[in-house]
Design a protein around this ligand. Structure first.
Ligand code: GLN
Length: 482
């Protein structure tokens, strides 16, 4: 059982008192967080205040009553700092809560703090942050993955029972795989982004991290649904994710293997081996396997980095030193103010993307790059939708390697971009996917696999993952943080 469900049961059965839970948790955060750097801010006072209120109130009916949940520093919590791990938002406090945090709070969750991430969620290793890289709790010399590295590391290091991240091109699934936990990117339009800092608006999606499929389902159940404040959310009924995860099974499931995802070139042999082993488990549990094809997969990275940078360049134009956060000192004119603020406030990767995006949107280049990327994007989307007509879900690896060393790829942006090869196309297609542990490499580092589903088929993904967890429990990797 995941720690979220376990804690809820223990609280319900009065096996443990809420104030004790938080006393212990705060001590753990104080000893482990300096080692992993997952939290940028810990809401110690707020946690204590809310436990007192919840202990006296009869709020046990609320689905997440008293449960400690961490929030990525891209998601607003009223009156709290939200910085996208960037200096440009220095001093900025959210005037209101994001719909997702409002919903979690209503469901009884207690926010533990604000979690480190790559600046504006741009990165795959959580090294592009103004506040120091997040360390992988399993091996502190390695990255936790990005961009939601803090969200994954906090769950893996047991510094909360669940967390929220955002996934624009893999930022939930990649760190979940590197840290050995479960992370889900819902369908585009399933979860509201109102109050979430925008990176690439046609791709961004909020989703949960937790120990297992059921715990993820508990969080998704609360945050999913149409929101009048985000017109991209769809009025599709929210299924019973919790029931789906509880009754999870692989029996009779048709699983498609996109052949372009089962390559050996550039992929660690241990990942190839573990994905094959997972497929054997699926078969043993009564699933049928079918090879399918997503022929335009090889263009995924190019298309993603055109679309995402174009949208980022446009979204980030609002950080001008006038409306939000940081304002440069000693400026001679308005233009000078904007230039100085942006030069001082943004980190190198964000600047690189703003330049790339501005270039591909500029007159004379728009058709050659942006329009063409959109054209190929629709092909990729159709290929996913067609493949998913033949099968219930697709299965694929999440990453090409296990967690790499901190510093290993920072000076090679292309190598970093290539680590997203198995995740970005899914965002381009807008379909949901869930990353879950399937094994370890010879160093004991976690390896993840992902199920990918048709639009709004989160329940199916959760059920399949829970089925795998039951059939083939993966022992949690030993933590390096004490
Ligand atoms: N690694 C990808 C990027 O750098 C994805 C990031 C994300 O999903 N936010 O853009």
């Amino acid at each position: 059982m995941g720690r979220l469900s376990q804690l809820r049961d223990d609280l319900k059965n009065k096996k443990i008192r809420l104030t004790e839970v938080y006393d212990d948790l705060i001590v753990k955060i104080k000893t482990r967080n300096p080692q992993v750097n997952a939290y940028l801010e810990v809401f110690e006072e707020e946690m204590r205040a809310r436990t007192k209120i919840l202990e006296t109130e009869a709020s046990e009916a609320a689905p997440l009553a008293g449960l400690p949940i961490g929030i990525k520093d891209m998601i607003s919590m009223k009156n709290h700092v939200v910085s996208a791990s960037s200096k440009i938002l220095e001093g900025y406090r959210a005037p209101r809560s994001a719909t997702v945090t409002e919903k979690l709070k209503k469901a009884g969750a207690i926010f533990t703090g604000r979690l480190n991430c790559d600046e504006f969620a741009m990165g795959s290793s959580n090294e592009n942050t103004s506040f120091g890289a997040v360390k992988n709790p399993v091996d502190l010399a390695r990255t936790a993955g990005g961009s939601s590295g803090g969200s994954a590391a906090a769950v893996a290091a047991e510094l909360c029972v669940g967390s929220l991240g955002t996934d624009t091109g893999g930022s939930i699934r990649l760190p979940a795989a590197f840290c050995g936990i479960v992370g889900m990117k819902p369908t585009y339009g399933r979860v509201s982004r109102s109050g979430v800092i925008a990176f690439a608006s046609s791709l961004d999606q909020v989703g949960p991290f937790a120990d297992d499929a059921l715990d993820c389902a508990e969080i998704l159940q609360v945050i999913a649904g149409r929101d009048a404040r985000d017109s991209t959310t769809m009025p599709v009924p929210v299924e019973n994710y919790v029931a789906a995860a509880k009754n999870g099974s692989l029996k009779g499931l048709k699983i498609g293997l996109p052949k372009e995802y089962f390559i050996s070139e550039g992929v660690s042999p241990e990942i190839v081996k573990q994905t094959q082993a997972a497929i054997e488990v699926f078969k043993k549990e009564g699933a049928t396997i079918k090879e399918v094809s997503i022929p335009h997969t090889e263009y995924g990275i190019a298309v993603y980095y055109l679309v995402a940078t174009a949208e980022a360049a446009s979204n980030l134009s609002r950080y001008d030193g006038i409306r939000y956060g940081k304002r440069a000192k000693d400026f001679a004119s308005m233009k000078d103010l904007i230039i100085k603020t942006r030069s001082e406030g943004f980190g190198a990767e964000v600047k690189r993307r703003i330049m790339l995006g501005t270039f591909s949107l500029s007159s004379g280049y728009y058709d050659a790059y942006y329009s063409k990327a959109q054209y190929v994007r629709s092909k990729i989307q159709n290929e996913f939708l067609n493949a998913l007509k033949e099968v219930d879900v697709l299965f694929a690896p999440v990453t090409t390697s296990t967690a790499f060393k901190i510093g290993e790829k920072v000076n090679d942006p292309l190598a970093m971009y290539l680590s997203d090869i198995f995740t970005v196309s899914i965002n381009l297609a807008g379909v949901p996917a869930i990353a879950f542990p399937i094994g370890h490499d010879s160093k004991g580092l976690p390896i993840g696999g992902q199920f990918i589903g048709g639009p709004f088929q989160e329940a199916k993904l959760l059920a399949a993952t829970a089925g795998f967890e039951k059939a083939h429990p993966i022992t949690k990797a030993k933590l390096a943080c004490q």
